[in-house]
Design a protein around this ligand. Structure first.
Ligand code: SAM
Length: 289
């Protein structure tokens, strides 16, 4: 199966996830943490990516054009995060009807009433937590898998939770397909289908936590599972009108913890899907009060 034939809809997607992997990988060179595409020239970027990653020049050009916009809007600011954006094929994480819109500014529908976050928000949140290789990161809200795919270029210790079971399964199929084609960096992504409100105790504490659904408070279990010195980004506020907060947890000399909050959009409102709640295996309402 060509990796661009990822289709929307539960039935088709589940069927796609069940397909056998392609016979041979399309990524020509093994993943190398030190290999970085050229960043200051569109054609040089495309040529490098074709040679090293075997990707389609059409989407590479769109990715680069969005990259320039990300920089212009200060949504990505260091080279490691720029590289993570440039190395991630967003076109493989959108649904087929939205393929031509993969590199637009805004979020896009991915079915099940949820969305793939827009590239500007993904990158501002990612660069805010700025994961280092080896740092343990938790994402709440796997969704399409795009955010985790970006993070997989920053750390090899990545954990992500998705509450919607068929979406969790569909995204598993997308990753399996990409890994089979040579995107071996996605092998490090550990996933589970669960309610992320309670974090992932087994792998806690986390250096960084990124929450991609909106809630009116910081879930205490997530705060508890954040390491002292750790950073979380989380959309906080009423439905459809969140502020994306950076939470810094520090430990004082006397052992007490302090929490500092800052708005990564300096007051602008961002709209996220709700942080829903799992009760006896069913999604029932949200965790907001
Ligand atoms: C904006 S969407 C997806 C963003 C995703 N990071 C991406 O790149 O596509 C947020 C996701 O959070 C999920 N979600 C909502 N509440 C959740 C919860 N309690 N636990 C885990 N995931 C949750 C939704 O089902 C949805 O897939």
């Amino acid at each position: 199966m060509d990796r661009r034939t990822f289709v929307a809809g539960a039935t088709a997607a589940l069927a796609a996830a069940a397909l056998p992997p392609p016979a041979s990988a399309v990524v020509p060179k093994p993943y190398d943490w030190n290999a970085t595409p050229p960043m200051d020239d569109r054609q040089a970027f495309i040529d490098w990516m074709v040679a090293n990653r075997g990707e389609d020049p059409l989407y590479l050009g769109q990715r680069y054009d969005r990259f320039l916009q990300l920089i212009a809007h200060n949504d990505v600011w260091n080279d490691r995060n720029k590289r993570a954006y440039l190395m991630t094929p967003r076109e493989d994480f959108v649904t087929k009807p939205n393929l031509s819109r993969a590199y637009e500014w805004h979020y896009l529908d991915i079915g099940y009433g949820v969305s793939i976050t827009g590239p500007h928000t993904v990158m501002r949140m990612t660069n805010t937590i700025d994961p280092q290789k080896g740092e343990r990161v938790l994402e709440v809200g796997t969704g399409s898998g795009y955010q985790s795919a970006v993070l997989a270029n920053l750390t090899d210790q990545l954990h992500t939770i998705e509450i919607i079971k068929p979406l969790y399964e569909r995204t598993g199929g997308v990753y399996a397909d990409l890994i089979a084609q040579g995107y071996t960096e996605y092998q490090a992504i550990q996933r589970k289908n669960d309610d992320g409100y309670y974090g992932w105790e087994e792998f806690a504490p986390f250096d960084k936590i990124i929450v991609t659904c909106g809630i009116d408070h910081v879930p205490p279990p997530l705060l508890q599972q954040l390491k002292p010195g750790g950073v979380m980004v989380i959309p906080i506020g009423p439905p459809g009108a969140q502020h994306v907060l950076r939470i810094d947890k520090t430990q004082q000399a006397d052992g007490r913890f302090t929490i500092a909050r800052s708005d990564i959009y300096h007051g602008s409102i961002v709209n996220f899907v709700p942080f829903t709640k799992l009760v006896e295996g069913k999604i029932v309402g949200t965790h907001s009060n």
